[in-house]
Design a protein around this ligand. Structure first.
Ligand code: TXA
Ligand code: MG
Length: 310
């Protein structure tokens, strides 16, 4: 252990005792617990008010650890080689002898797995002899957390320990790719679909409906600040917080910039931070400027549409 030696040790102690901790990752913060412990996993569901049928993502340090629990395949290796560790999640088949608790997957035979890039997450995972189940560290359907303070904002004293890893660099959740049969995108996120298509030499689409498993695409309300949101707005009303993506010559205290020059990667990074800021300033209404539906703009629009179904 090099970096953050004492904090990592503290986190390990909490985890060994079946507690949940706040885990910094490059996408968003996770609410992490031992994926091999039924009790630890059930604590995640309780704390997050998450429906038990919504399965969790499990975070691994290495292929060696993953191989104990999951079957891999060609497409997995292609994507792993290119993007891992990083903001991508794979749906794989569970092995029969896997130690993953069945409350992680709601008894399903598939598992969502991810190899986070954040050095603190990696440092922690490297020192544990179990992988970490970790959904985003927010109350179910609310805005994801991108800093230690956001996690406190969501859970207050109910969470015993949070590792501070600064602000999440990507600021949007990982892209989820189902690799069970023909590859499918289940959630847009930190890696653009075009990049995945390049590697798999195919043209994947976002899967809209899934009757068996709840995926984020199914749940109408998600990532929500709990405030009505109007999209594609040219001119905001006086009582609206206005979310913008290019510099305008207006001096209005209600204006919030995701980016000032249409940099969509920067906009994605700032989205949850700004939604939370607006919520905490007690605005009653939000308006959002039109965001181009390309690159990270597609993932941003996906989140905003879901946040607006309040
Ligand atoms: O970036 C991320 O992915 C963050 C960080 C903390 O790693 N985690 C995250 O977890 O976003 P969560 O639980 O908020 O979103 C994961 C989604 C869930 O909505 C769940 O429905 C879907 O992944 N999922 C989990 N297991 C699945 C499975 N076996 N098949 C299909 N979808 C699955
Ligand atoms: Mg989430």
């Amino acid at each position: 252990m090099k970096r953050n030696h004492s904090n990592i040790k503290k986190a390990m102690k909490y985890l060994d005792n079946n507690n949940c901790i706040g885990l910094p990752t490059e996408t968003v913060y996770g609410l992490a617990a031992n994926a091999y412990s039924r009790k630890a996993v059930s604590n995640i569901f309780k704390l997050k008010h998450r429906p038990k049928k919504n399965p969790l993502i499990v975070h691994y340090y290495s292929l060696r650890m993953l191989n104990k629990d999951c079957k891999t395949n060609k497409n997995f290796f292609k994507l792993y080689k290119k993007f891992c560790p990083g903001p991508i999640t794979f749906i794989l088949k569970l092995k029969k002898k896997s130690k993953i608790c069945n409350n992680v997957t709601n008894n399903k035979k598939t598992l969502a797995v991810r190899f986070p890039f954040h050095p603190i997450a990696r440092n922690l995972l490297k020192n544990l002899n179990y992988p970490l189940a970790a959904p985003s560290a927010n109350i179910s359907t609310k805005i994801s957390a991108v800093s230690k303070n956001d996690v406190i904002d969501e859970f207050g004293k109910k969470i015993k320990y949070i590792l501070d890893g600064g602000r999440s660099k990507i600021g949007l959740e990982s892209t989820i790719v189902n690799l069970i049969d023909k590859p499918q995108i289940l959630r847009l996120g930190g890696i653009e679909t075009a990049k995945i298509n390049q590697v798999l030499k195919t043209k994947l689409k976002l899967k809209k409906k899934n009757n068996k498993i709840i995926v984020p695409g199914q749940s109408k309300v998600h990532y929500s600040p709990g405030i009505p949101i109007r999209l594609n707005v040219l001119k905001p009303r006086a009582n609206e917080a206005f979310i913008m993506i290019k510099k305008k010559n207006i001096n209005n205290k209600n204006c919030y910039y995701l980016t000032k020059n249409k940099n969509l990667k920067e906009a994605a990074k700032n989205l949850y931070r700004i939604l939370r800021m607006i919520k905490n300033k007690k605005f009653k209404y939000i308006a959002v400027e039109k965001i181009p539906n390309k690159g990270f703009g597609i993932a941003i629009n996906d989140r905003l549409i879901r946040a607006s179904k309040f």
